[in-house]
Design a protein around this ligand. Structure first.
Ligand code: GDP
Length: 367
């Protein structure tokens, strides 16, 4: 009897252990996913961007995606100047030291002396009329001042083109600033938008420049017109315009030389190219000066030199990532009155973005 009772108890214990094990096995997660119908353990920290709310059937086009992604990228890349403005915010009051630190911060961000003075004057006025008391409010007001300065006048920042004729966008600037890379990025965007693009390699002084352009033309599916090394850049532009007219082209992007024996020669050459385009059926819609933001105030000197000889319609400011501090944008606009139309924040095609004053001021000031 005792033996029978012992066997019975042992059987119950074994059954209980078996059921327990099978339940535990069900609860343990499978690699790569949760078990359906079970509640996962509480989440730790999920670092994800806030969801982008779009309608169920909405499809974002490249521009819309860029409008969401670009400001984040810009903020990321203007880290140095942003850190300085963030430190400024933490000051408890607006005193002489705060003003001195603000002035230093603007100068260190490459804003330049005249534009810094102009910004500080406008800001003092706001602090007085709005009775601002702490540095945080000061930086908020600075955002307004910078945005107003960048939006002064109603110059459009959109690149100009018209349907029905080859539109010409000419890129000028000294060697190494990123002209060819910028042309490649612009070509890619425009080709993706369904436009027929032709690249004109009018920098015939460097064989490598034409090679580089031909390579990019290949990558983005554009046509390229190039001459022999040392050929007359004018003849390359003329041939490119002839090809554009005969083979229905929407856009001709002209790469130009960045260095000749003298500055006078360089400027005369650019003027000549402009006249050649104007004599052809194509229309010169943009002369874009490409500047390297990492050269700071030197970029401003370059811009001034080009602007006195060639009619510049806009600036493309490259390399705003890296060691650039960003304030040069304000100096170019305030001192030269040339709109910054595009900014380069990296080396890929997606890293060329339209310049947006408000987003830029926000990114610079850590807002
Ligand atoms: P070009 O002589 O004016 O035609 O200059 P390139 O287009 O050859 O560019 C010179 C260098 O700058 C290359 O290594 C490019 O990859 C780089 N570059 C161009 N734009 C940018 C940018 O926005 N950010 C960074 N980090 N590099 C860039």
């Amino acid at each position: 009897m005792l033996v029978v009772a012992l066997i019975f108890v042992l059987a119950i214990v074994l059954v209980t252990i078996g059921v327990g094990l099978s339940r535990r096995a069900q609860r343990s997660p499978r690699p790569g996913g949760e078990v359906p119908g079970t509640t996962p353990p509480p989440a730790t920290v999920i670092l994800a961007p806030p969801p982008i709310e779009i309608e169920d059937d909405a499809v974002l086009d490249a521009d819309e995606i860029e409008a969401i992604v670009a400001p984040a990228r810009l903020r990321d890349r203007l880290g140095k100047s942003r850190a300085a403005f963030a430190r400024l915010r933490s000051r408890p009051r607006i005193d002489d030291e705060t003003w001195d630190e603000l002035e230093d911060t603007l100068l260190l961000a490459d804003v330049g002396v005249p534009t810094t003075a102009r910004i500080l004057d406008a800001l003092r006025e706001r602090v007085r009329t709005e009775r601002l008391g702490d540095a945080d409010a000061l930086v908020e007001a600075l955002h307004g001042v910078l945005t107003a300065l960048l939006s002064d006048g109603d110059t459009s920042r959109a690149l100009v083109s018209e349907a029905g004729e080859p539109n010409v966008w000419m890129f000028v600037g000294v060697n190494g600033v990123g002209k060819t890379t910028t042309i490649a990025k612009v070509a890619q965007r425009e080709a993706e938008a369904g436009r027929r693009v032709l690249l004109a390699a009018a920098d015939t002084f460097r064989a490598a420049a034409a090679e580089q352009l031909a390579h990019w033309a290949d990558v983005v599916g554009a046509r390229v017109v190039r001459g022999q090394e040392g050929a007359d850049p004018g003849s390359v532009v003329f041939d490119a315009m002839t090809a554009a007219a005969s083979r229905e082209t929407d856009l001709v992007l002209v790469d130009t030389a960045g260095r000749l024996h003298t500055k006078v020669n360089l400027m005369a050459e650019l003027e000549k190219l402009r006249r050649i385009v104007e004599r052809t059926p194509g229309a010169l819609k943009e002369v874009l000066l490409v500047l390297d933001a990492t050269t700071g105030q030197n970029g401003l000197t370059q811009a001034r030199e080009f602007a006195t000889s060639v009619d510049i319609t806009g600036v493309v400011l490259t390399k705003l990532d890296g060691t650039a501090k960003g304030g040069i944008v304000l100096a170019i606009e305030a001192e030269l009155g040339i709109p910054v139309k595009l900014i380069g924040v990296g080396e890929s095609a997606a890293d060329l973005v339209p310049f947006d004053p408000e987003a830029f001021a926000g990114a610079l000031l850590d807002r």
